[in-house]
Design a binder for this molecule. Structure first.
Ligand code: NAD
Ligand code: UGA
Length: 437
């Protein structure tokens, strides 16, 4: 199959290289010249484990190429994927579909012969209908199908998630020609019996939002349980284990923390709330989830301030981790973006270290001193806060860290360490939802 991927970001690039690895002939198109130049030099514009090797291999074997000029790629394609961003629209929280529609119009102008246009971007219910309408308006004669194929990969585990997904969802492939293209695209997944859910386009679009909203709600549920645990003297990790062993609940996504962040849960929950309001069927659980999560991120700064005695004026707080989760350089809606400014406002000096996201963080956070490593970061600090559970922060030399800190205060927002052990070592230790915190 000849595949064109419009948008070579986290989703487009990973999907593109994985389709190439499935044996298809893939062109990734991005209007960002810097990104394409880097990719052509074999350099990755994002940090995603395993991506560089897989890209290099597929480029070498002639199945993957990169361009800023979509013309040939779209003309020759059997399937053109739209994998551009759908950020929150400023002001109202609806998904901003301008990139999607711009890509659709470009496809309309260039496609030749039967083409399957696949929306991989996360788009509100009805977007596929609108994409179809816009293509037809420009090319009434065009022979095409618009299919929804939402993506469920997670950053940091993206390649494995794409190649070994729990399921693939495909909406609107009623035309047998479209269905055949989709089946061919995902052939390796058919062979390993991955469930492929064929459904209507609007249903498929909603499945994506429902999945993200449910996961965001699950995290928010355990976060509230953590708050309750702190009041009643229970342990949220044990509560999570105790409920998660029930197959109807499931053990995953029950790690209490500083609130969910990232490029998707925050924007997708709000977009779903807006869609539901617009259709007169409000999703109040998700409205509440959004509000609780916003409050939670704000409250994390207070937790750090309280740990150093209620006043951070003139004090240095060391931040280990800035990205919204480990194994990514992505800073979009990271809890650090709420916590750091709130601490600065209260008078704290911030020194931070993150293995991958500091370059991006430097654009978003002002007045932060960036350290060269975790020990450089904690040196002379009045407290250290663990914001992201990178593996290297799970195995810190605690003796060394204690010696370097001015006062041995650790605020562990990811429950990486054990409260008992930390206290035995002489730390003032605050974590999330565990006895004594
Ligand atoms: P991103 O911002 O990393 O990448 C989008 C890319 O599209 C950018 O490089 C941009 O330059 C490019 N682009 C925009 N308009 C273009 C055009 N007309 N032609 C060519 N290139 C164009 O975004 P992302 O994180 O990859 O997300 C893309 C979509 O996938 C979003 O809808 C998101 O909600 C969804 N999604 C993301 C993830 C994730 O983990 N990041 C997972 C599942 C779904
Ligand atoms: C999430 C979903 O997991 C993907 O299935 C989906 O495709 C993607 O959004 C998307 O639509 O973009 P991602 O944002 O990469 O993936 O990362 P997650 O691992 O889901 O984490 C999101 C946030 O929730 C992070 O801030 C993380 O720290 C937090 N989280 C996650 C918790 O606080 N507790 C948990 O138990 C799990």
């Amino acid at each position: 199959m000849r595949v064109t991927m419009i948008g070579a970001g986290y989703v487009g690039l990973v999907s593109g290289v994985c389709f190439a690895d499935f044996g298809h002939d893939v062109t990734c198109v991005d209007k960002d010249e810097r990104k394409i130049a880097l990719l052509r030099e074999g350099k990755m514009p994002i940090y995603e484990p395993g991506l560089d090797e897989l890209v290099a291999q597929n480029v070498r074997e002639g199945r993957l190429s990169f361009t800023t000029d979509a013309s040939d790629a779209i003309r020759n394609a059997d399937a053109v994927f739209i994998a551009v961003g759908t950020p929150s629209r400023r002001g109202d929280g609806h998904a901003d579909l301008s990139y999607v529609f711009a890509a659709a119009e470009e496809i309309a102008d260039l496609m030749q012969g039967y083409t399957v246009v696949v929306t991989k971007s996360t788009v509100p219910v009805g977007t596929g209908d609108e994409v179809e309408k816009r293509i037809l308006a420009r090319r009434p004669d065009a022979d095409f199908a618009v299919v929804s194929n939402p993506e469920f990969l997670r950053e940091g585990a993206a390649i494995n998630d794409f190649k070994r997904p729990d399921r693939v969802v495909v909406g609107g492939a009623e035309d047998p020609r479209a269905r055949k293209v989709v089946e061919e695209l995902y052939r390796p997944l058919y062979l390993n019996e991955t469930p492929i859910v064929f459904t209507e386009r609007r249903t498929s679009e909603l499945i994506k939002y429902a999945a993200n909203a449910f996961l965001a709600m699950k995290i928010t549920f355990i976060n509230e349980m953590a708050d309750l645990c702190e009041k009643v003297g229970a342990d949220v990790q044990q509560v999570a284990r105790g409920i998660g062993l029930d197959n109807r609940i499931g053990a995953k996504f029950l790690n209490a923390g500083p609130g969910y962040g990232g490029s998707c849960f925050p924007k997708d929950t709000i977009a779903l709330v807006r869609t539901a309001q617009e259709y007169g069927a409000p999703v109040r659980l998700i409205e509440t989830t959004v509000a609780i999560n916003d409050d939670r991120k704000a409250a994390m700064a207070d937790r750090i301030i309280a740990a150093v005695g209620g006043d951070v004026k003139g004090k240095t707080i060391a931040m280990l981790g800035l990205a919204f989760k480990p194994n990514t350089d992505d800073m979009r809606d990271a809890p650090a973006l709420d916590i750091v400014p709130a601490l600065q406002k209260a008078g704290a000096k911030i020194r931070a270290f993150d293995p991958e996201s500091m370059e991006e963080a430097a654009h978003l956070l002002k007045g932060v001193e960036f350290a060269t490593g975790p020990y450089d970061c904690v040196k002379g600090a009045d407290a250290v806060a663990i914001l992201t559970e990178w593996d290297q922060f799970r195995a810190l030399d605690l003796k060394r860290m204690k010696e370097l800190l001015k006062t041995p205060v650790v605020v562990d927002l990811r429950n990486v360490y054990k409260p008992g052990e930390m206290r035995e070592r002489g730390f003032t230790y605050v974590s999330i939802g565990r006895p004594g915190t």
